[in-house]
Write a protein that binds this ligand. Structure first.
Ligand code: AMP
Length: 210
């Protein structure tokens, strides 16, 4: 299955794609995670990307399209993938279609600006990829990852001053991509709930995998 996960920042794309990868046994490919790894690795791409990410802007299409098409060409994606965070602009969606990559479904996790802002403010992350929320998905020990024991942090772009800009960019540039997949008859919408497992159940039901 070739699946896209779309939604506003904080709607739960990352959390749901991690849950789905276990059920569907296909890799989750997150552009945000790839970019954060490039930043942590100190590469030239990472340095460029950081400037945009910390301002709440999107990384230029040319950069991200190359990274994604290269990644999806790898062997582990042969039997499908869950693409989290791409395409986020009309140009990215068109580049994907032009490359011949047909997707089976675009899963839209629907959440209001108010809900996602609340979620982002409480988000805590770990370098191992685990994602928590101070209220809705707290770790067993405050500030410590359940999976690997590392100290949890706040993402640089989860600061209050950046969140409003990320939402503005989402409505301006990504909402049209959701309409694009709706018109193609590929869109599956699921309402995001505060309870992570409830959302996963709704997602699996929508994909007929429940
Ligand atoms: P995410 O982890 O999906 O919230 O992405 C974090 C940040 O990475 C975004 O706010 C963008 O700055 C950048 N980013 C991730 N995916 C894309 C994309 N498809 N196009 C452009 N920028 C992206």
């Amino acid at each position: 299955m070739r699946l896209l996960i779309m939604g506003a920042p904080g709607s739960g794309k990352g959390t749901q794609s991690r849950a789905l990868t276990e059920t569907l046994k296909i890799p989750a490919v997150s552009t945000g995670e790839m970019l954060r790894a490039a930043i942590a690795g100190g590469s030239e791409t990472g340095k460029q990307a950081q400037l945009y990410i910390n301002d709440g802007k999107l990384v230029p299409d040319g950069v991200i399209i190359d990274i994604v098409l290269h990644r999806l060409g790898r062997k582990d994606c042969e039997n499908g993938y869950i693409l989290d965070g791409f395409p986020r602009t009309a140009a990215q969606a068109e580049a994907m279609a032009a490359s011949g990559m047909e997707i089976d479904a675009a899963l839209f996790i629907d959440a209001s600006d108010e809900v996602v802002t609340r979620r982002i403010c409480g988000r805590r992350v770990c370098g191992c990829g685990a994602i928590y929320h101070t209220e809705f998905k707290p770790p067993r020990k405050d500030g410590v990852c359940d999976v690997c024991g590392s100290t949890l942090t706040v993402r640089d772009d989860d600061k209050p001053e950046t969140i409003a800009e990320r939402l503005r960019v989402y409505h301006e540039q990504t909402a049209p991509v959701i309409a694009y997949y709706r018109e193609k008859g590929k869109l599956i919408s699921v309402t995001s709930r505060d309870d992570v497992e409830e959302t996963t159940k709704a997602v699996l039901d929508a994909l007929n995998r429940g």
